[in-house]
Design a protein around this ligand. Structure first.
Ligand SMILES: Nc1ncnc2c1ncn2[C@@H]1O[C@H](COP(=O)(O)OP(=O)(O)OP(=O)(O)O)[C@@H](O)[C@H]1O
Length: 259
């Protein structure tokens, strides 16, 4: 479990999902899923490849439409919003994509300015610089402001990707495999950063990962998808210290270290 104590407000679900179904043609992916993400909470979603983890967070962000069920985010029913309302809601959601999704032809500074210019009221050059420096400082990369993405390591790209979501001060963070492809030491730095982000920006997060070290260190609660639903849910110990065979398969293929 995370080492730094945080307040989780169990009276306040920032994401509430009920009876969620999603299929693609004949492929049933989510089949009656329920989930509450509470304010201040980090929930880790685990599941085998193809179990629907990315589909779930795309549904939360309104990037996909559910076939059935409700998804409320920050009190709004995502599926019922107009395109303009959805765009406004998305500003409250930071989405860290698997590949960090930086624009290769722009510097780090330009990548960070991009969401600001598009989505916030007009800022002066000085205000924009201050916002960019602040987030880069918070992810430990102020010295890389004028670099191109190609000059950054995988871990640094993830940091810039996180900074780019933070620049709009989201309430909810969605992380899609934040430590995938990183060496253990860089992974450990990203894990620390995820927890720092939660503390500094008071975010609530859904973290998808196959990395149980990351799950253990970042998750206040873990939820395991099996057959389109959450089959197990609870603390790391509750999910894994049981005889459940699906959970055991996961555990047995991971080497756990405390970062
Ligand atoms: N837009 C789409 N059109 C058709 N099928 C899709 C689409 N998006 C996802 N799928 C399918 O839905 C299933 C779940 O995909 P998803 O990306 O959510 O898996 P995942 O659990 O995140 O897997 P991984 O751990 O490998 O990233 C997969 O079989 C995938 O091929």
């Amino acid at each position: 479990m995370r080492k730094s104590p945080v307040d989780i407000d169990k009276q306040n679900a920032v994401v509430r999902i009920r009876g969620l179904y999603k299929s693609f043609d004949t492929l049933d992916v989510l089949m009656g899923m329920d989930l509450d993400l509470y304010k201040g909470e980090n929930i880790v979603v685990l599941g085998r490849s193809g179990s629907g983890k990315s589909v779930l967070i795309k549904l939360i962000a309104g990037l996909l439409k559910p076939d059935k069920g409700t998804i409320r985010v920050a009190g709004e029913e995502v599926d019922r919003l107009s395109p303009k309302e959805l765009q406004e809601l998305r500003l409250k959601i930071g989405f860290l994509y698997q590949g960090s999704a930086l624009y290769d032809s722009m510097t780090v500074r330009e990548n960070l300015e991009f969401p600001l210019v598009r989505n916030s009221p007009p800022l002066t050059r000085k205000e924009r610089d201050a916002a960019v420096y602040e987030v880069l400082e918070n992810v430990g990369l102020a010295q890389s402001i004028d670099k191109m993405p190609a000059e950054l390591s995988g871990g640094q790209k993830k940091r810039v990707g996180i900074a780019r979501t933070l620049i709009l001060h989201p309430d909810i963070m969605l992380y899609d495999e934040p430590t995938a492809g990183l060496d253990p030491i860089t992974s450990s730095d990203i894990i620390t950063l995820i927890n720092e982000v939660q503390q500094k920006y008071q975010t609530s997060s859904v973290i998808i990962t196959h990395d149980l070290t990351c799950a253990k260190a970042t998750g206040d609660r873990l939820a395991l998808i099996t057959d389109g639903k959450f089959s197990r849910e609870g603390s790391f110990e509750e999910v894994f210290r049981t005889g459940d065979t699906e959970a055991k398969k996961f555990y047995d293929y991971n080497f756990i270290i405390d970062p």
